[in-house]
Design a binder for this molecule. Structure first.
Ligand code: GTP
Length: 322
């Protein structure tokens, strides 16, 4: 609720900023990290002076240098595998042959130049920020600092030799900030719904988080991931029970299931690599379809054979590769 947010923010605002004040302030760094965190630091004590602009993270992100060098540990030459075959977006061993072929022939269209948006949603304190920070910065903060509104990190990959960027949007789980966060849901290529493996209510709430996120996105083209967090806090017996329920929910949602720990780092890298790979694959297939690289009547689908769990089968052979 924005009025609640307004009150909260005004409390922290230096008086001199008065009428210029806006909760959306320009980030000092290229990414929005830490700029919208409550009880972290004053939200508007920006040493650069009063806010110059309303912060529009999508615009700031658009200006980021997507041609910056890719870290060596962000290079994907193979398709990372799913965690559980029962709840995977697909269980192919390799990238779609049309994707591999297009990459070899440098026919990936604009994929290497675009930034793909990924939103991360879920109840408050389930560990969304820690998950992103573990992957992007290899850090873990045991103190809870609620995200206010949204925050984002950019992560650059190289997939099959093609540069590929993910913009990871960390959204607020607290009810009072939800209406701000939800204005940033639109245009996502992937939605990560996080729940706490030790809190069954947070798993139940994932359906509502998904419904809200899908109001702003096309359900037929967005990739879904259901992620259980704080695995380090579960005993093996508790985990088995929770995973059974989570797999059911993931299947109902047609989401890929993962279980991670941001404290230990378990599965975090594997998970984000999988997100990057599947988003990349979907983007290239969409580009190929759009550019008319396919013959009329030849259907391009990511999940075009028996290994696909969630979509209908098509047995057409790829046109560009044997
Ligand atoms: N033991 C353990 N604690 C974790 C893990 N991930 C997060 N936490 C803790 O859980 C609390 C909440 O983590 P956040 O990442 O801030 O949660 P969030 O989902 O971003 O919360 P909101 O911003 O309110 O939506 C913090 O105290 C973290 O240290 C984990 O994998 N293991």
């Amino acid at each position: 609720m924005s009025h609640v947010l307004g009150l909260e923010l005004r409390r922290e605002a230096p008086p001199l900023l008065g009428p210029l004040f806006s909760p959306f302030i320009p980030p000092r760094r290229s990414c929005g990290s830490q700029m919208l965190r409550s009880n972290h630091r004053s939200l508007i004590t920006n040493s650069a002076g009063p806010p110059r602009l309303l912060w529009a993270p999508h615009k700031a992100a658009g200006k980021m240098n997507i041609l910056a060098p890719v870290r060596r540990d962000r290079v994907l030459a193979e398709l990372p595998q799913c965690l559980r075959k029962e709840a995977a977006l697909h269980v192919h061993k390799d990238f779609h042959p049309r994707v591999t072929c297009a990459c070899q022939e440098h026919r990936t269209g604009t994929v290497g130049f675009k930034i793909s948006k990924v939103i991360v949603v879920g109840d408050l304190s389930v560990g969304k920020t820690c998950l992103i920070n573990r992957f992007c910065k290899n850090t873990f903060d045991k103190n809870y600092k609620a995200t206010i509104g949204v925050d984002f990190e950019m992560e650059r990959f190289e997939v099959l030799g093609v540069p590929f960027s993910l913009q990871l949007w960390d959204t607020a789980g607290q009810e009072r900030f939800k209406c701000i966060a939800s204005t940033y849901y639109r245009g996502a290529q992937a939605i990560i719904i996080v729940f706490n493996l030790n809190d069954v209510a947070s798993l139940e709430h994932t359906k509502q988080w998904l419904a809200d996120a899908l109001k702003e996105n096309d359900p037929s083209s967005v990739l879904l991931f259901l992620v259980g967090s704080k695995k380090d806090l579960s005993t093996p017996a508790q985990y088995v029970l929770m995973e059974r329920d989570a797999l059911k929910v993931a299947q109902e949602m047609k989401a890929e299931y993962w279980a991670v720990s941001s404290l230990t780092g378990e599965n975090v890298r594997e998970f984000f690599f999988r997100v990057a790979a599947l988003t990349f694959e979907a983007n290239v297939l969409a580009e190929l379809e759009k550019s008319g690289a396919r013959r009329i009547g030849d259907v391009v689908r990511i999940n075009s054979d028996d290994n696909n769990l969630y979509l209908t089968a098509s047995k057409k052979k790829p046109t560009c590769c044997p």
